[in-house]
Design a binder for this molecule. Sequence first.
Ligand SMILES: Cc1ncc(COP(=O)(O)O)c(C=O)c1O
Length: 369
Amino acid sequence: MVHRVQASIDLKALQHNFQVARKHANAKNVAAVIKANAYGHGLEQAASALTDADLFGVTDVHEAVTLKQFGTGKPILVLQGLIKADDLHLVAEHGFQLVVHSSEQLADLDDILSAEKVKTPLTLWLKMDSGMGRLGIAPSAYANTYRALLGRPYVGSIIMMTHLANASLPDSPLNLRQLEAFREAETLLDNENPATSIPNSAGVLSDLPVTCDWVRPGIMLYGSSPFGYEEEALRRDNFHLKAVMTLKARIIAVKDLKKGDNIGYCSQFVCPNDMPVGIVSIGYADGYPSNAPNGTPIVVNGIKTATVGRVSMDMLAVDLSNIPDAKVGDLATLWGQELSLDEVAAKTGILSYNLTCSISRRVKFTYTD
Ligand SMILES: Cc1ncc(COP(=O)(O)O)c(C=O)c1O
């Protein structure tokens, strides 16, 4: 059967990108962030391919339980921590590692966990809000909270962690302020000799002075530069990252339109001259961004061209002026190795993370390894 839209996932590229992360990491351990169905690429396949990862990071206990069933045997970290105290039963049962990000959560831990219930003492990741303004313990309360938690009978070890808000903007002064707040707490906890974890992909690839025990790359594993597309020196190729997802759809009609003809809803594109146009069988119900403007890059038969007109639910139109041989049945590439996901993200104003996470279930996924 011919599928309208195909997402081909290159697991070798995923493994390659993991090795890029390992090479750049100023840390011994690399946690592969495969939350949200491995950023839309497929949790089971990504986890099975990432055999060199030291740990997998997922969002919540539900994702953790699903991942555990695949039997990779690797430690699993629940990055968002507790959604409700009840989650702790599953954490204890499966031995998940857990982010703790507020002092109120210590009461939940005490209520539900007891030394008897926890077969092996848990590894907790105590998160500091060093400047992200999202989850985490304030720097001023951090060392005391760490020590209080370390004394609990159900705790084996605690990894110090924080998350950089602006690592993708390496010149932002916030980066150094966050690192400084973290270092201060680390100094206070010198006697406890805690393991530490700071950077995401952008932190791993940047020149920021980040040293720690664990890095937590996500987006770079999937072949997207965390710095986007604007600056040539920071694009994915510069870091030798390879596209993991290639999204393709078929041309289902070719039309010779005349100067002044309009294309699609609300006449978002009016032909400036006579031109051949292809109708491609992908739309926003497949996860392609509905706000893609005229001129969003797309590749047909290896030649780069652009979308014309508004994206519909199941189709979009493409300018074939420079690809006169294109015909019904040919494949258009929406992104992949021959067209950077980051370029599409830049043109549409939708993050690369968002683009791959949004691919819908009706798209046919295939995997090569
Ligand atoms: C705490 C934490 N660490 C690491 C990551 C991975 O980030 P990135 O995909 O930018 O590498 C995320 C992703 O959102 C995160 O929330």
